[in-house]
Design a protein around this ligand. Structure first.
Ligand code: AVJ
Length: 328
């Protein structure tokens, strides 16, 4: 096992040291609704984060490598638009692989960088810190375990600040939710602070569909891991194979949807919730939306979120976009 595999396979700290952020409320809430749903942030426990890492390397899954190419091709230009001695924070940092491209370039302009990655996955944060500190010793990593409700850490690092929100994670949010999240971020920043926002763009439906329904079934495993996670953490009795991975391109809403569809009528007990959940044949649990933007809708989002658009970069196929905004 490589260090990378090891760190992704096991939680970096024993559960006893981490205040258990229980998924019980989210699960009970989501599965009591009609239609049933589960919030996408629950996809990222240690197993889910490891599966997502595998997704990013799939031939069908173009977003990660396309965004990495945009960052690599434009890192110097992006960094030339930043003020001297910025500190960097990142929302949904994961293992921060793409971030290293920017940090490398930034370190040619300043001696050291304070880097504050926020993520719901402790295993991903620990792996990212390890890999970053090995490669770039001038980066001081300050991991923040939490979700986007926990933005107070942005106050702790001093301006000038750059906030990274790349990887199209914002695509999980409804448009109005995305605006209000950007406004929350803006509230923690001051004039001159900047945000680099990366989103996946609308494109031919075949390309989109293949990216969320890969031929090796990794995306299906990633989706079904939600059920395994409920079994592990809440004493659930789901048989993951009694559900099918379904992904749909919803053109009218400009989003990919992921669902778990019950293959037959069944009842599933979840011990910790004291609940018995009924599913009819074909009933779906909506597990994720992945909104796709256009350059125009991305720039409008930034503006409505409280940022003045400075510049937008895309790849030659126009598949992904990265936009820099500033608080004025
Ligand atoms: C991490 C939210 C950007 O929407 O493409 C990948 C998650 N879901 N395959 C995405 C995901 C299925 C991913 N984001």
């Amino acid at each position: 096992m490589t260090m990378r595999e090891h760190l992704l396979a096991v939680p970096a700290r024993s559960p006893a040291q981490i205040p258990a952020i229980s998924i019980a409320t989210d699960v009970l809430d989501g599965l009591s609704r009609t239609p049933k749903m589960l919030p996408p942030k629950l996809l990222y426990d240690a197993q889910g984060s490891a599966l997502f890492e595998q997704i990013t390397k799939l031939p069908e899954y173009y977003p990660t490598r396309t965004e990495a190419a945009i960052l690599a091709d434009n890192a110097d230009e992006i960094c030339s638009r930043l003020r001297p001695d910025v500190s960097v924070s990142e929302l949904g940092a994961g293992t921060a692989t793409k971030t290293r491209i920017l940090l490398r370039s930034l370190l040619r302009r300043q001696q050291s960088v304070d880097y504050f990655p926020l993520d719901v996955s402790d295993s991903a944060l620990q792996l990212g810190k390890h890999e970053l500190e090995c490669e770039l010793t001038a980066v001081n990593v300050h991991p923040q375990l939490g979700d986007f409700e926990d933005l107070a850490f942005l106050d702790e690092h001093l301006p000038p600040r750059l906030v990274l929100y790349i990887g199209s994670s914002i695509g999980n949010l409804e448009y109005e939710e995305a605006i209000s999240l950007l406004r929350d971020v803006a509230r923690h920043l001051s004039a001159g602070d900047q945000l680099l926002l990366g989103v996946d763009l609308v494109k031919e439906s075949e390309v989109l569909r293949a990216a969320y329904n890969d031929s090796t079934g990794i995306t299906a495993a990633f989706n079904k891991n939600l059920l395994t996670r409920i079994n592990r953490e809440l004493g659930g009795h789901f048989d993951p194979d009694s559900f099918s991975h379904v992904s749909v391109w919803n053109q009218a809403s400009s989003r990919i949807e992921m669902h778990l569809e019950s293959n037959w009528r069944q009842s599933v007990k979840v011990d910790a919730l004291n609940a018995k959940l009924d599913f009819y044949q074909g009933e779906r649990i909506h597990t994720e939306n992945s909104y796709k933007y256009t350059v125009e809708s991305l720039e409008e989002l930034l503006q409505r979120g409280g940022f003045a658009v400075e510049q937008t970069w895309t790849d030659s196929r126009g598949w992904f976009a990265v936009s820099l905004g500033m608080i004025i």
